[in-house]
Write a protein that binds this ligand. Structure first.
Ligand code: BES
Ligand code: MN
Ligand code: ZN
Length: 486
């Protein structure tokens, strides 16, 4: 993994040097010689480099390569993160590089914040999932092993990077979980990996099939029964505020380690993507890991339902009726609408057992939300405007943006069943909203609840500098920001 160093010591002269400038600012840098600056000015003229956002100027001086990154007029934190991501990809052949942290005209961030955001972007942009390549092709591998940030007071900058480093680590961990194929990341392997996180001071309880039966996670069990893989539910607790006996928040994640659709089987094309149908669970687990690494002063309880949705002789039939933990009955019309079943019991359990008054669930839940929003926004559904506003704000700040979609009685009626309390699909339309209404039936009175549908944003699609091929683990940065703002 890329090593990040903040230092105020001298840097070896052969190191690639990087500077960031805003649009139309002068090319003068404390760390460069007159000759180097002249070289830059000539090159800028020739290539008409003005510092526009997302442009680079590169020259080779006597002391090695110099890169000037254009940042546009008023660069913000996310622009700097983005630069970090782009640099991580760009510095492919440079074995060592140094980012000179100097003032950027028009940027309201401190020098420390500039360094931190670029470094964080590099942590994300340099992520790769390459454990299954048996032959390393030299030219396909980044050479960059170390990035140095030349800063004025390195001790403070280092110390204060802790929260960003924790979050970067958590996002990389979340992506590893999501990219892992379903033959290796089974519910029991996933659960064992979460249990391992106890070394960080998290409390982890794994419910096996026997205890799931005893506690009546019947909807979750009905999804799992077609698979030979044993289901698990895992409860993860972080008590960062001992003065408070209660939990401030519950996080609930959909952890379908593979979604074949069950008897309502999915078409073959693209089915391989359904190894990522556990992204919600990965996001919850990684978010808990981030809290522990950050020693955050909040109390949060997380729960993830880990199952595989497969067709077989023991699978749930379309038309089966199952009594949920809440006591409400569900007619399962389509076994491919399984995420809401897993979540229904998990939502109920976490409210019933821990009395939490604020609950956020996160799930790759519906193709309908993906169709509506593409990969620009995740869908947000909520029964509380204040909570929705806070989540939208955290989304804008973190770059993981949310768009609120409606719930309400009209949609809720669409999941009434002729023979049971509800059915697990609505009509052909408004699939994201009817799914959310299904979940809302498992929310107790007086509980603030939000549901994040991340079906359209869990996979990299368009060359975002902070992602790499495969999983984005969307939601970890957003939830971390939300909890920090609390
Ligand atoms: N895991 C899928 C949703 C999904 C689709 C996630 C595409 C990521 C990309 C979910 O379990 C599902 O199958 N939903 C169905 C529900 C339908 C049967 C009512 C859907 O959206 O098609
Ligand atoms: Mn499904
Ligand atoms: Zn699914």
């Amino acid at each position: 993994m890329l090593e990040i160093i903040f230092t105020n010591e001298r840097i070896s002269s052969k190191t690639t040097k990087i500077f960031a400038v805003s649009e139309n600012s002068r090319l003068t840098f404390e760390a460069l010689s007159k000759d180097e600056i002249n070289l830059l000015k000539k090159a800028a003229q020739q290539y008409e480099f003005t510092g526009k956002k997302d442009t680079f100027l590169e020259v080779f001086g006597s002391g090695g390569k110099i890169i000037i990154a254009g940042m546009g007029e008023k660069p913000e934190a996310l622009d700097l993160q983005n630069l970090g991501g782009r640099l991580a990809k760009k510095l492919f052949k440079d074995t060592s590089a140094c980012f000179y942290v100097e003032e950027i005209k028009g940027c309201r961030l401190s020098l420390e914040e500039i360094a931190h955001n670029v470094a964080f972007g590099m942590m994300l942009g340099s992520y790769r999932f390459d454990k299954y390549f048996t032959k390393k092709k030299q030219n396909e591998y980044p050479a960059l092993e170390q990035i140095i940030f030349k800063v004025k007071n390195s001790a403070d900058v280092n110390e204060n990077f802790k929260d960003f480093a924790a979050l970067g680590n958590a996002v990389r961990y979340g992506r590893d979980l999501c990219n892992e194929p379903a033959n290796t990341l089974t519910p029991d392997v996933f659960a064992a990996d979460i249990k391992r996180l106890e070394y960080l001071g998290l409390e982890v309880e794994v419910l096996d099939k026997e205890s799931l039966k005893e506690k009546e996670f019947n909807l979750l069990l009905s999804v799992a029964q077609g698979s030979i893989k044993e289901p698990k539910a895992v409860i993860i607790k972080w008590k960062g505020n001992p003065d408070n006996k209660e939990y401030d928040l519950a996080l609930v994640g959909k952890g379908v380690t593979f979604d074949a659709g069950g008897i309502s089987i999915k078409p073959a094309g693209g089915m391989e993507d359904m190894k990522q149908d556990m992204t919600g669970a990965a996001v919850v687990v990684a978010s808990m890991k981030a809290l522990a690494l950050q020693c955050a002063s909040v109390n949060v309880v997380g729960i993830v339902g880990l199952v595989e949705n497969m067709p077989s002789g023991s699978a749930t039939h379309p038309g089966d009726v199952v009594t949920s933990m809440s006591g409400q009955t569900v007619e399962i019309i389509n076994t491919d609408a399984e995420g809401r079943l897993v979540l229904g019991d998990c939502l109920w359990y976490v409210q019933d057992k821990y009395g939490v008054k604020e609950v956020i669930d996160i799930a790759t839940l519906t193709g309908a939300t993906m169709r509506a929003l593409g990969s620009e926004y995740a869908g947000l559904f909520a029964n509380d405007d204040k909570l929705a506003q806070k989540l939208i704000a955290a989304g804008e700040e973190s770059g993981e943006r949310l768009w609120r979609l409606p719930i309400g009685e009209g949609y809720n009626k669409m999941i009434n069943s002729d023979i049971a309390d509800m059915k697990n699909i609505g009509g052909a339309n408004a699939g994201g909203s009817t799914a959310a209404c299904f979940l809302q039936r498992f929310i107790k009175d007086g509980v603030s609840w939000a549901h994040l549908d991340i079906a359209g944003v869990d996979k990299e699609t368009k060359g975002n500098a902070l992602n790499s091929k495969g999983a984005t683990a969307f939601g970890i940065r957003l939830l971390n920001k939300f909890m920090q703002n609390k």
